[in-house]
Design a protein around this ligand. Structure first.
Ligand code: SF4
Length: 379
């Protein structure tokens, strides 16, 4: 492992420069307006795997509608998922909701300050625990996220993969060693801010970096080569077929099981195509297995491609007509017939939202055409 440790004097200098830079240059973000532990917790969970600009409107709406831990704990999960709709990684919302209930039950509604207690809450790992403890409570706790790992690897010229436990421990020790006592909250935010705005994965802007003179990777002239990463794995791809099942002007929706990918969200019934299975047959089979009803499959309405962190899908959406049977929740949590105007009540994955937008347009066109046909017949 190629690595160099900054000397104690350099460590102090790195901390000092970063804090001064952060004081002058940090972006004004809504979650930085207070040290409210609940708000910091919400923002840190939303920011996992998600860009700041995407999070901003979600965060503002979430804390406006659910301003306290108690409000979040009391809210139905469906409402929390609706507020999260489109942000992705929905397990974060489910864990946040459950964790808020535990905070109310065990801690009287006060978000814990201790790392150990924070780590006992669902959805809180070492990074989020360190962020809440340091930013909200001023504890001397380090944080390691992707941005911080990159900055530290470059500063100390760490040339082994940060995902290897040995390297992770080395990075933790380095992050702890750099922390200026009593200023951990600002220092951690400064490191994260530096990673997301200056020490970026590609083309780091060393010429404007406050710690440039103290950075080994910059001194050696190859910061972009770090951190070392494993080659990207190819994501499996699935063909999926879903049905837009209409009956008396209402659309059939199914709620996904509460755990797993997109757990607790509403979607159109359907699923993965089996090898060599025709798409319409896939819809009929999946709908039968999921809801116990028979449908007639009409035209293919639209095709949507979507990528998740670990797989990608092509979803073929078919217009269907209900033929027989009363829906039962066989492979879903629950089901509902919903009028088009009621759809905004439900939380849908982004891919389903895209399909529904097309389906509703077509539905309106069809209705208009039916009305015109009726008028013509009357004339
Ligand atoms: Fe990153 Fe360059 Fe700053 Fe080093 S000098 S921390 S490589 S931006």
């Amino acid at each position: 492992m190629g690595r160099l440790s900054p000397s104690p004097a350099d460590r102090a200098s790195i901390a000092e420069r970063l804090l001064a830079w952060y004081e002058r240059r940090h972006r004004a973000l809504p979650w930085r307006e207070s040290r409210n532990p609940y708000r910091i917790w919400i923002s840190e969970v939303m920011l996992q795997q998600t860009r700041v600009e995407t999070v901003r409107p979600y965060y503002e709406r979430f804390v406006r509608e659910l301003p306290t831990v108690e409000a979040l704990a009391r809210a139905p999960l469906d409402r929390v998922l609706k507020l999260w709709e489109g942000l992705g990684y929905y397990a974060r919302a489910r864990h946040l909701h459950r964790a808020a209930q535990i905070v109310v039950e065990r801690h009287g509604g006060r978000v814990p300050a201790e790392r150990k207690e924070l780590l006992e809450l669902p959805g809180i790992g070492p990074y989020t625990a360190g962020a809440i403890a340091s930013i909200a409570y001023g504890r001397d706790e380090p944080v390691l996220d992707g941005n911080v790992r990159r900055v530290l690897c470059r500063l100390a010229y760490i040339t082994s993969d940060p995902r290897v436990p040995q390297t992770e421990r080395r990075l933790e020790a380095l992050a702890c060693g750099l922390l200026p006592p009593g200023r951990a909250g600002d220092f951690n935010q400064a490191l994260m801010e530096l990673g997301s705005t200056v020490c970026t994965p590609r083309r780091p802007r060393c010429s404007v970096c406050p710690v440039a003179g103290l950075c080994e990777a910059q001194r050696r002239g190859d910061p972009e080569a770090l951190p070392i990463g494993s080659p990207k794995r190819t994501r499996p791809h699935h063909e999926v077929a879903v049905g837009l099942i209409w009956k008396d002007g209402e659309l059939l929706l199914a709620k996904r099981p509460s755990k797993g990918l997109l757990g607790g969200l509403w979607e159109l019934p359907g699923g993965k195509r089996r090898p060599s299975e025709a798409l319409p047959e896939c819809v009929r089979r999946e709908v039968r297995e999921e809801l116990g009803i028979e449908v007639e499959v009409d035209e293919e309405l639209t095709v949507v491609r979507h990528g998740y962190s670990h797989l990608s899908v092509t979803i073929h959406a078919f217009r269907c007509r209900w033929r027989a049977g009363a829906p039962q929740a066989l492979g879903c949590q629950e089901w509902v017939w919903a009028k088009p105007r009621e759809l905004s009540r439900y939380a849908f994955p982004r891919a389903t939202q895209k399909i529904l937008a097309v389906a509703l347009d077509r539905h309106e066109e069809r209705q208009e055409k039916d009305e015109q046909d009726e008028l013509q017949q009357e004339e």
